[in-house]
Design a protein around this ligand. Structure first.
Ligand code: NAD
Length: 498
């Protein structure tokens, strides 16, 4: 009998509600643990994209969707949440096969997608349009309408969560959505499409088009019928996309990379801090936009703290995604690991010293996988290239600092502004720093905790716009002002009837 929890998608694309073979370039998914084959299929071409957009446009305008009242649309979001919840094991399996993430992490990501759909169902049912303060003889109102057809372009590192963060509010707002997942993680969004179809989302409202960024991604940004794009990915791609969107005067949100500072003062709690730092940089094998990848440690405790941190890092269990003991799983693919290894070599050329890791784990179990040991590098200054650029792997650079003013200056001396961690028992100081540091999210004595009700996004090279939170719904709507005359009197300027 077929095991439904380990079934991979069949390789067809979800084009405006129809399962069809793509006509774009071939995509192959392999398991990062051992390179074994998952799936090979044709990705989306521009023609597939055009078809999806046309079907989405018709579905979005169809009164069967367009005339639903908010609480009726909310019901659909709850149904999708239930569908995801019933399929957590399968989603976890597919995503771990695709990305090499631990099963624990992919289960949690699927769980967070459930929460996201439920949250936006609740937001939808409780978000009011407003009667605005009257300043004349008209009744004035501010109302929110769907944009139309919108797109979500997502990266490979947390696909189901990135999809949910965009699709849930976009559908809640009454739009039709096209997801363009990364070619490195093409499978899980197709499972989401299966679920949406199964629970009765009207045909055409969702499309899933894995394919080349240059081809299908570009089409979604340029096409005149796409009214908004939410992008999560690298800063270089995000900048290009924002320029194209600017030309078209289309709103975009950009969730981009980071080089987030984590700051340890001498009055920190040692176990709490070390656990948080390890989780912040080495969970997800460091392939996380908010990874705490730049660690600042106060000079008075620098040597002592670093010795403890290295000891704890060396104890982390590197292993297979399906082994419950694994803390650090393989990276997405050998090509990406190569790019991370180049940064480690560069750090050494820049004068950095590798305190632990820096190499691939040895042994038969790791031979075919894209594994890399958790790595700590010290001896550099904040202007070194490896301290400035996002590495997106299990690599932590450590820097000493003297006092509060210096660490604020160093933390902010970076193009990115995504996240920050502060470790101290002095709460007023933590609060001062939280306000002074350029970052969309600050964690105090914790790291990488998330809540769908708290807005998330970055500043500077980390992007623009916010997702999540009640306002997350508004980003997918157009606001309209309506004036309704209350007097029945012709405007005096026209002198009609005088
Ligand atoms: P990427 O920029 O290479 O790709 C992201 C998506 O954009 C993919 O689907 C890709 O196919 C598509 N794309 C590529 N070229 C395109 C083009 N010209 N037009 C339209 N779409 C195009 O990023 P990645 O390597 O997949 O992901 C890693 C990056 O994502 C890291 O920098 C990471 O920090 C960032 N990220 C940010 C967040 C956040 O919320 N801030 C979350 C996760 C990942």
């Amino acid at each position: 009998m077929k095991d439904l929890t380990t079934e991979l998608p069949d390789g067809r694309l979800f084009i405006g509600g129809e399962w069809e073979t793509g006509t774009g370039a071939e995509i192959t998914s392999t398991y990062p643990h051992d390179g074994s084959f998952n799936l090979s299929f044709k990705g989306a071409s521009r023609a597939d994209g055009e078809k999806a957009i046309a079907r989405a446009k018709a579905a979005q305008a169809d009164p069967a969707w367009a005339n639903l009242l908010p609480h009726e649309r909310a019901r659909m979001l709850h149904a999708i949440a239930d569908g995801i919840e019933a399929n957590i094991e399968r989603i976890s399996y597919v995503q771990s096969r695709d990305t090499g993430k631990t099963r624990g992490e992919t289960r949690a990501l699927a769980g967070s997608a459930v929460g996201t759909f439920r949250y936006f169902a609740a937001v939808l049912e409780t978000s009011d349009d407003d009667l605005t303060v009257q300043r004349a003889t008209a009744l004035t109102a501010s109302i929110h309408e769907p944009i139309g057809v919108v797109a979500a372009i997502t990266p490979w590192n947390s696909p189901i969560a990135s999809d949910a963060q965009k699709v849930a509010p976009a559908l809640a707002a009454g739009n039709a959505v096209i997801i363009k997942p990364s070619s490195w993680s093409p499978m899980v969004s197709l499972v989401l499409a299966e679920i949406c179809e199964e629970v009765g989302l009207p045909k055409g409202l969702l499309s899933v088009l894995p394919g080349a960024g240059r081809e299908i991604g570009n089409l979604l940004v340029e096409h005149c019928d796409i009214g908004r794009v939410a992008f999560t990915g690298g800063t270089v791609t995000g900048r290009r996309l924002a320029a194209q969107a600017g030309e078209k005067l289309m709103p975009v949100s950009l969730e981009l990379g980071g080089k987030s500072p984590t700051i340890v003062f001498e009055d920190h709690d040692r176990d709490l801090t070390i656990a948080g730092i390890l989780f912040g940089i080495f969970s997800s094998s460091g392939q996380s936009c908010i990874a705490g990848s730049r660690l600042f440690v106060q000079k008075a405790i620098y040597d002592d703290f670093l010795a403890d941190l290295v000891k704890a890092t060396e104890k982390l269990v590197v292993g297979a995604p399906d082994d419950p003991a694994t803390q650090v799983a393989p990276m997405i693919c050998a090509e990406h690991r190569d790019s991370v290894e180049k940064y480690i070599a560069l750090a050494q050329e820049e004068g950095g010293k590798v305190l632990c890791g820096g190499t691939r784990p040895e042994g038969e179990a790791f031979a075919k996988g894209s594994y890399l040991k958790p790595t700590i590098i010290a001896g550099l200054t904040n202007d070194a290239q490896v301290c400035r650029e996002e590495i997106f792997g299990p690599v932590l650079v450590v820097l000493p600092f003297e006092d509060e003013a210096e660490v604020i200056a160093q933390s902010n001396d970076n193009d990115y502004g995504l996240a920050c961690g502060i470790w101290t028992k002095d709460f007023p100081r933590a609060w001062r720093l939280a306000r002074a540091i350029k970052a969309g999210t600050v964690w105090i004595n914790t790291y990488k905790q998330f809540s769908i009700s708290t807005p998330f996004g970055g500043d500077g090279a980390s992007g623009m716009g916010r997702e999540k939170g009640r306002e997350g719904l508004r980003a997918w709507q157009r606001q309209k002002g309506i004036y309704a005359d209350l007097t029945g009197n012709p405007h005096p300027w026209a002198r009609v009837g005088q």
